[in-house]
Design a protein. Structure first.
Length: 278
């Protein structure tokens, strides 16, 4: 059976459709319950639970455009970036304040009181449930904002990130390495001069390569120039039995986009040594 948590939604329009669907489900449940029985003070808690579950599931399957879509998020992460989590936390906080005001008015306003002088339990349960629901949302998004890095550059400057890519590549930790690549990255396939596009395609390319060869790429020098990063590397490639295939000095040129590595080019270094046969 497919794991529903492996679903990924990146497009903003699809996220809006998902949010509308959650609202429609809650509204439909309310109508269905009202059609079969009298309003129950606890009906609203069921709808609130549907809203909370819908938001929690969205946080598991939604991905930002600069976020690696494949790995699962940690339990506390609600959005791709700290500013977005913080923005939603602030909006949720404003709605929470309005919900608290509404609860106070429901308790104090004559329309919320029966002729026998008792407060209408349905109205009170409705407003308490709204307050609890928005308290949960404020906590979730505020906690996410507090724990996420503020910017892409919090992952390190360009030199640090470039070095980190090679470190993770050599450890065969492809999920960590592609975090530093733009979602629409263009990556060279090798000696044929072709390119693959997108983080998933880069991961697939690496995994195919690792099944037939054992590459190790060591950065020797990293130079940042404008929107490009130039990395001189030593590329040692062996077969799976450890036999040397090639040992080369190359230059890798990365183009930056939104603080991430967008396109990588492999260039020969004139006069550099090259041994082995690829």
């Amino acid at each position: 059976m497919p794991n529903p948590l492996k679903l990924r939604i990146v497009r903003f329009s699809t996220k809006l459709v998902y949010a509308a669907a959650v609202y429609v489900v809650g509204f439909a449940v309310t109508l269905a319950l009202g059609a079969v029985k009298a309003p129950d003070p606890w009906d609203i808690w069921l709808v609130a639970a549907i809203d909370i579950v819908g938001v929690l599931y969205a946080a598991r399957i939604f991905r930002g455009t600069t976020e690696d879509p494949v790995p699962a998020r940690p339990w506390w992460q609600m959005t791709a970036t700290r500013p977005f989590s913080l923005g939603i936390a602030i909006l949720a906080g404003l709605v929470l304040v309005l919900s608290v005001v509404q609860l106070i008015l429901a308790l104090a306003h004559p329309a919320a009181v029966k002729t026998v002088g008792a407060v209408d339990p349905y109205l009170v349960q409705r407003d308490v449930a709204l307050v609890v629901e928005w308290v949960v949302f404020v906590f979730l998004y505020a906690n996410s904002a507090a724990r996420l890095p503020n910017r892409v550059t919090d992952l390190g400057d360009e030199k640090t990130r470039a070095n980190r890519i090679y470190e993770l590549f050599n450890l065969r930790q492809d999920a960590g390495a592609v975090r530093f690549l733009h979602p629409q990255v263009e990556w060279p396939t090798g000696s044929d001069g072709g390119y693959v596009r997108g983080r998933n395609a880069v991961r697939d390319l690496w995994r195919r390569q690792w099944k037939s060869i054992d590459p190790e790429i060591t950065p020797m020098a990293v130079v940042v120039g404008g929107d490009q990063v130039f990395v001189r590397v030593r590329e040692v490639i062996r077969d799976l039995e450890g036999k040397l295939i090639s040992d080369s000095l190359l230059e890798h040129v990365y183009h930056l986009r939104d603080g991430l590595f967008d396109r990588m080019e492999i260039r020969e270094i004139p006069g550099a040594r090259k041994s082995g046969k690829r």
